[in-house]
Design a protein around this ligand. Structure first.
Ligand SMILES: [Zn+2]
Length: 285
């Protein structure tokens, strides 16, 4: 089955479904219990199963679909997350705005654990990930500004209102993982002027753009990266400890951001038009 047929079949199979959502959240570690009163929705995609069947619930009167990108038992390390299936499944449910919380390392001494960064740029250092939907056609989306300006503003404003000094802007460098950076790597990222290091921000951001979705990374710093910290380097346990401590705050923030996002009809950002004039090899879900 080619992608076009798969897409058409998917639309048909969803036609009788009541579970739709307009906001999607791709949760990081520790966010599995983000929504209350959820309905699990099985969505088939041409790219296989998403990390978990999306959980659809209501937040502040809006329908929200949530997928824990690592799976609820954390079985998908960053290089094996089914990124294409996750974004496709969200769009198939009706989602047009995606929030992407994620744990990152800080590249500057003043970016300690608990800092919140809303990056405006990204650098791809990943290797070997399937990072496009357009394997069979020349579809070149613009990626000059990788993140949705409307979503970014909503996160920054909401965080500041809640007393969390979100950093508005910065560059996320996405490394292959699952290992952390060496000190030399980490120092070279900082020397380039980059801000934070993560493992899942790509291809997620570009796949969202390829489906004309609004996409906003909400980066929670869990540790100082190896180049700036004094001890023996980042450990898995440290990252999870900080995330567990801050996740309550992050969860509350995300739910407030959902309420603050504009309704679909009021969106004026360019994300929705990112495929205008391009010939697509399949029908979007
Ligand atoms: Zn947008």
């Amino acid at each position: 089955m080619d992608d076009a047929e798969a897409g058409a079949g998917l639309v048909a199979s969803l036609a009788g479904m009541t579970a739709t959502a307009d906001v999607g959240i791709l949760g990081g570690s520790g966010l599995y219990h983000l929504l209350d009163d959820v309905e699990e929705v099985v969505v088939d995609t041409p790219y296989g199963d998403p990390s978990e069947p999306p959980l659809v619930g209501t937040v502040a009167g809006r329908r929200v679909a949530f997928i824990p990108r690592h799976g609820k038992d954390h079985r998908f390390p960053p290089h094996r997350v089914p990124y294409r299936a996750n974004l496709w499944a969200l769009r198939a449910l009706g989602v047009r705005q995606v929030l992407a919380p994620s744990a990152v390392g800080g590249l500057w001494p003043d970016l300690g654990p608990g800092s919140l960064v809303v990056p405006d740029q990204v650098v791809d250092r990943t290797v070997g990930r399937k990072s496009t939907y357009y394997d069979d056609a020349a579809v070149h989306v613009s990626f000059a500004d990788p993140y949705c300006p409307t979503g970014r503003q909503a996160v920054v404003d909401t965080a500041l209102r809640s007393g969390w000094d979100a950093i508005d802007g910065g560059t996320l460098v996405v490394i292959p993982g699952p290992r952390f950076s060496s000190r030399a790597e980490s120092r070279s990222y900082a020397a380039n002027g980059w801000t934070i290091v993560g493992m899942t921000g790509l291809p997620e951001a570009v796949l969202a753009r390829e489906l004309a979705l609004c996409y906003t990374t909400v980066a929670l710093v869990t540790d100082l990266d190896a180049g700036v910290e004094e001890g023996s380097g980042v450990t898995h346990a440290e990252v999870f400890e900080v995330f567990a401590r801050e996740v309550v705050r992050l969860r509350a923030l995300l739910l407030d951001v959902v309420a603050a996002l504009p309704d679909e009809g009021e969106l004026t950002c360019p994300c929705r038009g990112s495929l205008d004039g391009l010939r697509l090899p399949f029908v979007l879900p």
